[in-house]
Design a protein around this ligand. Structure first.
Ligand code: ADP
Length: 166
């Protein structure tokens, strides 16, 4: 009998501005169900970010540590093109509430139209991270709220440094 071994290579794209414990939870869980996980930090020239692409890359690299089947990339073009270039077939997206799902569902339809070969898989958030979003952390930080339990330590330091220097 001939056995065909298929490598499951998945892509997890996002702004990660900054990476949060919710993102890390999705990465850890996705890494367990696929052979290779490529985390893609989106660089959209039309979008204004709090952290630069290099800063987001650095924070993500340090936050993830060494999960052997996870790699991190910067990408400024269409995500489906990255998926194709890396010969992957799956995009992973995390969903929290129903409102997230609506947006994510539309996004997956757009990606499907752009490249029918690519499938999107949604991972529901861990309940611990249900209300966690990067925008809320930035808001909390600017008004002096405590966000230290919501992000990795390195991210917490980077936010405080950025706010302190602005
Ligand atoms: P976007 O890529 O839309 O700018 P983010 O960078 O914040 O958004 O998030 C990347 C992906 O991770 C999205 O699919 C988003 O829904 C998901 N995500 C963000 N925060 C959480 C969380 N707390 N739990 C689960 N998934 C999350």
């Amino acid at each position: 009998m001939i056995r065909l071994v298929v490598m499951l290579r998945a892509v997890y794209p996002g702004s990660f501005d900054p990476p949060t414990n919710g993102h890390l939870n999705i990465i850890e869980r996705a890494a367990k169900i696929c052979d290779e996980l490529l985390v893609v930090i989106a660089v959209n020239i039309n979008k204004e970010y709090f952290f630069s692409a290099e800063e987001r890359l650095d924070m993500m690299t340090k936050s993830i540590g060494s999960i052997p089947n996870v790699s991190i990339h910067l990408w400024s073009k269409l995500i489906v093109d990255f998926v194709d270039q890396k010969n992957a077939k799956i995009i992973i997206r995390g969903v929290r509430a129903l409102a997230d799902f609506e947006h994510e569902f539309e996004l997956s339809m757009i990606n499907k139209a752009l490249n029918p070969r690519v499938e999107t898989i949604f991972l529901p958030t861990d309940p611990k991270y249900f209300v966690l979003r990067s925008s809320a952390i930035k808001e909390l930080a600017t008004i002096g709220g405590d966000f230290s339990e919501m992000v990795p330590e390195i991210v917490c330091k980077a936010i405080n440094q950025k706010i302190g220097s602005s």
